[in-house]
Ligand binder design. Structure first.
Ligand code: 2NE
Length: 272
């Protein structure tokens, strides 16, 4: 599968189900339990951009290759004094850009988790809108053990999902939790047998795709708005502008400007 520039991906697999409205992005480093390097993140960002811009896509699945891991976080072999470095001499934490991208993407992103979702991989599933877990899934933060932390979404979203006490437990103790414990904690939406994971995820996608894309777009930004502060309100506000541009009232303003006349908004109601 090629990306939009025609270059082949090396660290991910990017697929679209033609006529279905579903894109699937798979982290493809199973020999490293799907740990990501900066290059992996760059490819993920390109694939998510493509799925966002493709109006035939309504839902995006994020997953990991194989059944052993969704993602084990940053590739520790590439960790440097200033982030993670692969082909470049300086390190970076570009996974933070990916988290923001998923959060602001106006389409639902579903994490389909088999095996380990740990460290930065655990944060990735948390920033997705929904998580469907296989019964072999394992969740946890390893930061305090390996000398790392995510003090951004990795902390604040977790606290929202599981509550402040449990979030402290997850981060301070670095314990792992099985799929059923994670479900009980509110970390995942549903747990299914491993062999049914893909089918169940597709069913959730299809149910979403039957519903109004605009309603879902506005709901996603509304559900994030308070937590995301000014950026969250800006995202929600952008949807309001987008919808307003389709009205006769907005069009009158633009048309009057183009015709160099005074706009006439008199016929538009001032609703209570
Ligand atoms: C994921 C886990 C629990 C799996 O254990 P197991 O026993 O199933 O597999 P094993 O043997 O540990 O791993 C298989 C191979 O994958 C590599 C291992 O080194 C091993 O390589 P070989 O010995 O076969 O050569 N591997 C697995 N995870 C890796 C990783 N993250 N980086 C590099 N190589 C990795 C177990 O593997 C595990 O605990 N992994 C480490 C999890 C972890 O600590 N991740 C980093 C957290 S920090 C982070 O992600 C982060 C952040 O905190 C802030 C910003 C950005 C990122």
């Amino acid at each position: 599968v090629c990306d939009e520039t025609g270059k082949e991906f090396t660290d991910i697999i990017y697929e679209k189900a033609v006529g279905e409205g579903i894109a699937k992005i798979t982290i493809n480093r199973p020999e490293r339990r799907n740990a990501f390097r900066p290059h992996t993140i760059k490819e993920l960002i390109r694939a998510f951009n493509d799925a966002r811009d493709d109006s035939a896509v309504g839902v995006i699945i994020l997953t990991g290759k194989g059944t052993k891991a969704f993602c084990s976080g940053g590739d520790q072999a590439l960790r440097s004094s200033d982030g993670y470095a692969d082909f470049e001499s300086f390190g970076r934490l570009n996974v933070l850009d990916l988290q923001v991208q998923i959060r602001r993407l106006p389409k639902p992103v579903i994490a389909m988790v088999a095996g380990y979702a740990v460290g930065g991989g655990h944060v990735l599933h948390m920033v997705c809108d929904l998580t469907i877990a296989a019964d072999n899934a394992v969740f946890g933060q390893t930061g305090a053990k390996v000398g790392s932390f995510d003090a951004g979404y990795g902390s604040s979203i977790m606290s929202r999902l599981v509550g402040p006490k449990k979030a402290r437990e997850m981060w301070f103790l670095s314990r792992f939790y099985n799929a059923y414990e994670a479900e009980k904690m509110g970390l995942v939406n549903v747990v299914v047998p491993l062999e049914k994971l893909e089918m169940e995820t597709l069913n959730w996608c299809r149910e979403i795709l039957r519903n109004s894309p605009t309603a879902i777009r506005v709901l996603k930004s509304a559900l994030n708005a308070v937590d995301d502060g000014h950026a969250g309100l800006q995202e929600l506000g952008g949807s309001a502008t987008l919808i307003f541009y389709g009205t006769e009232e907005a069009n009158e303003g633009k048309t009057a400007y183009m015709q160099r006349r005074r706009p006439d908004f008199s016929k538009f109601p001032r609703r209570p």
